[in-house]
Write a protein that binds this ligand. Structure first.
Ligand SMILES: NC(=O)c1cnc(OC2CCCC2)nc1N
Length: 334
């Protein structure tokens, strides 16, 4: 590092900042701030400088998204914070029972709110950022330990390699859903069908299958996306008091958050949201299998805690399972 001209060092830092900002605008805000040709030119300049000065390559560099080393297997790593699964409700009456249960447990809280989030039908993922840099990405696994698929997750452009804030927390745990948009799912199955390979039954299986690929280049070629829905700043001394604040924070620091979340003060209002999305979810470019309803206040969440498997403060309203139009069905029809 000592015999490298300072102009080179500052140029590399500046290029990474510009490229990360442009990538965030393009993949997360869906609002490009740079022509593709300019992005490519800056990217090539960074690549050239990093090849000349390899000691200046950092893990958050945009050039480090697609590693070239093949994994031969994934190691199992314990989660910093366990990932819980969701209890299910299959109709409004069961939702009402859930509300009665938690209200009884808290001796009838008059003031509360629910956050409703579309339940994205993909693979649950846990990301760890240290001082703003992505250091690890794990599958949900059994909730206690997950498989280290960091190299595969780094290829997902809507997962930032560096948080887009100047003073990042020491450790940040981000949870969310990796998923395949429906058009990409169809494209992958058409490709497999041409190669005589078996088809993925649905986008969830295709996502899980892709994340288990040992070659990050294959993962990079499939346009996986990621919706973040939870964050834990460690040590837990932060000013995030509600789920709604967490969703806003996640967007600020560089994540794609599903924009269809809404806050309601009662279950009747939640019902309208459920009915709306049961009808309109098929217009979305990705699969959902329900709605996740969470109590908004972390103070109430902490008072309620967890059962052996589930948080008492959240539940998934599941829509009836449905068939995904796959290439096979089209052949049969034709
Ligand atoms: N698939 C989803 O979209 C989804 C899954 N899980 C959660 O919340 C976790 C947090 C605590 C228990 C469940 N939210 C979601 N939106």
């Amino acid at each position: 590092m000592n015999n490298i001209p300072i102009e080179i060092i500052t140029r590399i830092i500046d290029l990474k900042k510009q490229l990360q900002k442009a990538s965030y605008a393009y993949y997360v805000l869906d609002n490009p701030i740079m022509e593709d040709s300019v992005y490519d030119q800056l990217y090539r300049e960074l690549l050239t400088l990093e090849n000349q000065y390899p000691s200046l390559i950092t893990p958050d560099s945009p050039t480090q998204r697609v590693g070239d080393k093949l994994s031969n297997q994934f190691s199992s790593i314990p989660h910093n914070i366990p990932l819980y699964s969701l209890d299910n409700a299959f109709n409004f009456a069961e939702l009402k029972e859930w509300e009665n249960r938690w209200q009884r447990q808290l001796n009838n809280v008059p003031e509360f709110a629910y956050v409703c989030e579309l339940k994205i039908d993909g693979s649950a993922i846990a990301l760890t950022y240290e001082n703003g840099i992505l250091v690890r990405g794990l599958t949900r696994g059994d909730g206690v330990t997950g498989e280290d698929i960091t190299n595969n997750l780094r290829t997902i452009r809507s997962i930032p390699l560096r948080l887009q804030i100047d003073n990042p927390p020491e450790v940040l745990e981000v949870r969310g859903e990796a998923f395949l948009p429906l058009d990409e799912f169809t494209r992958i199955n058409e490709e497999r069908e041409k190669l005589g390979e078996n088809l993925f039954a649905n986008p969830r299986n295709a996502t899980a299958g892709t994340l288990r690929q040992l070659d990050p280049n294959i993962v990079s070629a499939r346009k996986l996306q990621f919706f973040a829905y939870n964050a834990h700043i460690l040590p837990e001394n932060n000013n995030l008091d509600t789920q709604e604040q967490v969703l806003k924070y996640l967007t600020e620091i560089g994540f794609l958050v599903n924009p269809n979340y809404q806050v309601f003060n009662n279950l009747q209002a939640v019902k309208k949201y459920l009915d709306y999305w049961e009808k309109n979810r098929h217009n979305l470019p990705y699969m959902t299998d329900g709605v996740v309803i969470k109590i908004n206040s972390f103070s109430l969440q902490n008072q309620l805690g967890f059962t052996q498997k589930f948080p008492r403060w959240a539940i998934a309203l599941k829509y009836p399972a449905e068939e995904v139009p796959t290439v096979v069905e089209r052949i049969i029809v034709n």
